[in-house]
Unconditional design. Structure first.
Length: 629
């Protein structure tokens, strides 16, 4: 994605050397205050202390090295895993007036030589390079040249250095050697996901010197968490998309085949959608990603290969069509939603069949036991019947007290909490029917088959097995199929049933057999089939907040300003060949509409507008607002 760099006002490379972080934050980036831990991390780096920062996606990791880069005298080297991530960061910095460069294969010879010249002459403060590039003799020779001063080394996506990380890359292990060549540079490692084991690997494998470790909360309050049993996956996906009309979303699938099939199905239904996976050639992948980033396409259906290299802040929903292999992978993917802090949602479709697909490849894994341990964490989240946020945060060692939520957070929590307390209902007879049917079918089948028998199905397999002649065949008409699945899950949770073997065969436990013999009453919180993750409340539901939240509710003038600014932003982004969010994010547009600045002084009090953007875009913005008023 090319950029018209000459258009932007440039900040002199040394304008902010030895300046206070707060001034750089406001002047360059247009923010009035730091996010949690940002100031502490920046201060630690400026003191010359190696630092490991674990912050959630969207938590503001980039600021933690960009501000020190402007304050420190020399160059900050940023090791980044993807070309697209480098392009995104450099493009965003350019719009804020900060000159930065990357060194990778996307540059032609003239561009590469120009970047080298800027590095050698001190005209740039931030240099992005891949771990593979860093290992090359040519780049190492450049970085150790007498005229090049490297003050800091930043390792982005640092979990890639750990074999326990969800995206381990052997090339990251070579980064440690660059430290020996530039021993005086302070090192900052950044990642969104790191368990204690991963943190230990990062500090050791990067050769960090007595690092200070900062761990931000993993709680992304603006992301609504939801899990649905995968019954009719396409319909479930469509229902989610319809809750977010004309908004950006990412759908993750396990395989390339599934990506292509789902993309085609959605395209046939008239949705704005493209695919993304390693089976496409480089040019097609780059084109599809660019169309999505520039808001030309609403939805991307992708494998895990997509997303790490973009900073698109207005992704409003992420759907996991298949079960991820680990909590770390899942957290990284859902973290691509709502990076601007506005309400967004994360939907996981869960099926036991997904577990088989994942385990099929365990034999080829370097450490099958480790792979199974990671998978179990994901299964626990998907099958949890308590607050999903609490389960998710507990995996990372963080405690979450649902009683501490305020009213605003309540709607944004998860499907379980939004449903409220489900009243107990008498399920004695249905439970007896289900357990008896498992026994009558010789405890050799999974839940789907047993439910088919209960509901009187005449499918070929049931007829061939003669199970249409069982006393339990067709006796379950009081419930719909979804209710039977829900009851099955409840009986498993209560210990009356268990799933065994590779195919999750249902077996009645000793407790279940005692229940059948005792004929005691059983009351369980069975959710009705009409249950929705977004129930109506006295206040607006989570669903309506996600779709229609505006900064100035009832302010028709503000609505017109937002509409006009979005149209202007898109035109300007197209002119400059950049993504719209690189001009201004949605949060900035909303703040503009709420504050309605009348001059450049007032403009600088708007969220996300620094000196460079005020200078370049201020006149157009003020004119749009004045004309509407």
């Amino acid at each position: 994605m090319g950029l018209c760099y000459n258009y932007y006002m440039k900040i002199n490379a040394n304008s902010f050397v030895n300046e206070k972080p707060e001034k750089v934050l406001k002047t360059v980036f247009g923010y009035d205050s730091f996010r949690p831990l940002q100031k502490e991390i920046i201060s630690n780096v400026l003191k010359g202390r190696d630092t490991l920062a674990v912050m959630p996606t969207g938590g503001g990791k980039s600021i933690c090295y960009q501000i020190p880069a402007l304050i420190l005298k020399g160059i900050t080297l940023v090791v980044s895993p993807l070309i697209s991530l480098m392009q995104d960061q450099v493009g965003s910095l350019k719009t804020s007036g900060v000159n930065s460069v990357f060194l990778n294969s996307s540059l032609n010879l003239d561009e590469y030589l120009q970047a080298i010249e800027q590095i050698k002459t001190g005209k740039t403060k931030i240099v992005y390079v891949s771990p593979e590039g860093l290992a090359s003799e040519k780049i190492r020779k450049l970085l150790t040249a007498p005229e090049v001063e490297i003050s800091a080394i930043t390792i982005d996506e640092a979990h890639c250095v750990s074999s326990w990380g969800h995206d381990f890359r052997p090339d990251y292990l070579e980064i440690k050697t660059i430290r020996r060549l530039i021993p005086d540079a302070v090192m900052l490692a950044l990642t969104a996901t790191a368990t204690e084991q991963v943190r230990k690997d990062i500090t050791q494998n990067l050769g960090m010197k007595n690092p200070e470790i900062f761990i931000s909360s993993f709680n992304r309050k603006n992301i609504y968490l939801e899990v649905q049993p995968k019954r009719n996956a396409l319909n479930q996906v469509v229902n989610c998309i319809k809750k977010h009309p004309d908004q950006s979303g990412i759908i993750y699938c396990y395989s390339r085949k599934q990506v292509d099939e789902l993309t085609q199905a959605l395209d046939n239904m008239g949705f704005s959608v493209l695919n993304y996976h390693a089976g496409l050639n480089d040019a097609q992948r780059a084109k599809n990603q660019e169309l999505f980033i520039k808001d030309e396409v609403q939805i991307i259906v992708a494998t895990i290969a997509f997303g790490m290299g973009i900073n698109k802040p207005n992704v409003r929903f992420v759907i996991n069509y298949d079960l991820p292999k680990s909590i770390e992978e899942f957290y990284q993917e859902i973290g691509r939603a709502g990076r601007d802090g506005l309400p967004s949602s994360a939907l996981l479709l869960y099926s036991a069949a997904d577990i088989h697909k994942i385990r099929f490849f365990f034999e080829e894994a370097a450490n099958p036991e480790q792979s199974e341990a990671l998978l179990q964490g994901m299964i626990k989240y998907a099958t949890s019947r308590i607050c999903r946020r609490k389960t998710l945060l507990a995996y990372f060692g963080e405690k979450y007290d649902t009683n501490d939520r305020n009213q605003d957070e309540e709607d944004c929590c998860c499907d379980i909490c939004s449903a409220g307390e489900i009243p107990l209902s008498d399920v004695t007879i249905p439970a007896q029917k289900l357990l008896c049917c498992v026994i009558r079918t010789s405890q050799r089948f999974g839940s789907s088959y047993v439910i088919d028998v209960l509901m009187g199905s005449k499918n070929k397999r049931i007829l061939e097995n003669g199970h249409n002649k069982l006393s339990t065949w067709g006796i379950g008409t009081e419930y719909g199929r979804e209710d039977w699945f829900e009851l099955t899950d409840l009986l498993i949770d209560q210990g009356f049933l268990m799933k065994t073997g590779e195919y999750n065969i249902l077996e009645v436990t000793p407790l279940g057999k005692r229940f059948l013999a005792s004929r005691e009453t059983l009351n369980l919180p069975l959710r009705p089939v009409s249950y929705t993750a977004f129930p109506k409340k006295n206040k607006s539901s989570a669903n309506s907040r996600i779709i229609a939240e505006k900064p100035a509710a009832g302010d028709e003038l503000a609505e017109k300003i937002i509409e006009q600014l979005k149209a202007w932003r898109k035109r300007k982004a197209d002119d400059l060949n950049v993504a719209p969010y690189m001009i201004f994010g949605d949060k900035t547009l909303m703040d503009l509409a709420a504050k309605k600045p009348k001059n450049k002084t007032e403009l600088l009090n708007v969220y996300g507008i620094g000196s460079a953007k005020s200078e370049e875009f201020g006149r157009s913005i003020l004119q749009i607002i004045s004309e509407i008023e």
